[in-house]
Design a protein around this ligand. Structure first.
Ligand SMILES: C[S@@+](CC[C@H](N)C(=O)[O-])C[C@H]1O[C@@H](n2cnc3c(N)ncnc32)[C@H](O)[C@@H]1O
Length: 204
C-alpha cells in the first residue's frame, strides 16, 4: 500500500498516525476549508441557534458555526477520537466555555436526550452512511419543526465529472424526501476538478 492510499483510507474513520495526517490535510487544504465555510453560510446560522455537525472531523466548520451561533450551542459529533481531539484543540475556548459540545460516537447511536436542533449539517460524510434514508430519518428526529438540514458532497472517484456530483446529489435529495424533509434544493460551489454540491432541506 502506498503512503497516499494509507492516508486516503483514513477519511471514513481517521485513527493513529495516518489518521492525524488525514485530519491535518482536511484542516489545511484550501478547497476543503472553502467547502466547509460555504456549507455553514448556506445554513444561515443565527446567533441563538442550536446546531449539530455530523462527522465534524478536525472542526473547520465548527469554528465558523461558533462565530455565527455566538449565543447558541454547537454540537460536533464524530466516531473518531483522533478527529475529536483535533476539533477540541482547534476550538479550545468554546469547548471550555461549554458552547461547544464534542461527542464521540456514530450518528446511529446518538441518544434522543441530546435534545433538538435548529440546524444540522455534514460535509464530506454522506458517502459513508451505510443507509442514507435511515441516517436522514435520524437527523430528522433531532431537528425542531421549521429547521434546516444541509449536506455537502464532492466526488472522490477517479476522474470525477460534474454529472457524478449531481447524480449523487439527486439520490441524496430523494433519500432526504423519503426521510420527511421538504423544499429540498441543490446548490453548487464551482471548484476543481468538480464542483461541490450541497443538498438543503427543511423540516416541515
Ligand atoms: C472525510 S471526513 C470529513 C470531515 C469534515 N466534515 C471536513 O469536511 O473536514 C469524514 C468524517 O466523518 C466521520 N464519520 C463518518 N461516518 C460517521 C458516522 N456515521 N457518525 C459519526 N461520524 C462519522 C469520520 O470519522 C470523519 O471524521
Amino acid at each position: 500500500m502506498s503512503l497516499r492510499q494509507a492516508i486516503v483510507g483514513q477519511f471514513k474513520k481517521p485513527r493513529g498516525y495516518f489518521g492525524s495526517i488525514a485530519g491535518w490535510i482536511m484542516a489545511n487544504r484550501r478547497s476543503n476549508r472553502e467547502r466547509n465555510h460555504w456549507t455553514v453560510d448556506l445554513l444561515n446560522v443565527r446567533s441563538g441557534d442550536r446546531v449539530i455537525e455530523i462527522g465534524c472531523g478536525p472542526g473547520i466548520a465548527l469554528e465558523t458555526c461558533l462565530l455565527r451561533a455566538n449565543r447558541g450551542q454547537v454540537v460536533g459529533l464524530d466516531h473518531s477520537q483522533t478527529m475529536l481531539d483535533q476539533a477540541r484543540a482547534r476550538n479550545a475556548k468554546a469547548s471550555q466555555e461549554g458552547r461547544l459540545d464534542l461527542r464521540l460516537g456514530s450518528l446511529d447511536d446518538l441518544p434522543a436526550t441530546i435534545g433538538s436542533f435548529d440546524k444540522a449539517y455534514s460535509v464530506n460524510v454522506v458517502q459513508f452512511f451505510p443507509d442514507q434514508v435511515a441516517a436522514f430519518r435520524k437527523i430528522h428526529s433531532l431537528l425542531k419543526s421549521k429547521s434546516v438540514v444541509a449536506t455537502t458532497y464532492m466526488p472522490r472517484t477517479k476522474n470525477p465529472s460534474r454529472a457524478d456530483a449531481f447524480n449523487v446529489a439527486e439520490e441524496v435529495k430523494q433519500n432526504m424526501e423519503i426521510a420527511g424533509f421538504t423544499n429540498i434544493r441543490i446548490e453548487e460551489l464551482p471548484m476543481g476538478p468538480v464542483p461541490a454540491v450541497c443538498i438543503i432541506g427543511e423540516h416541515p
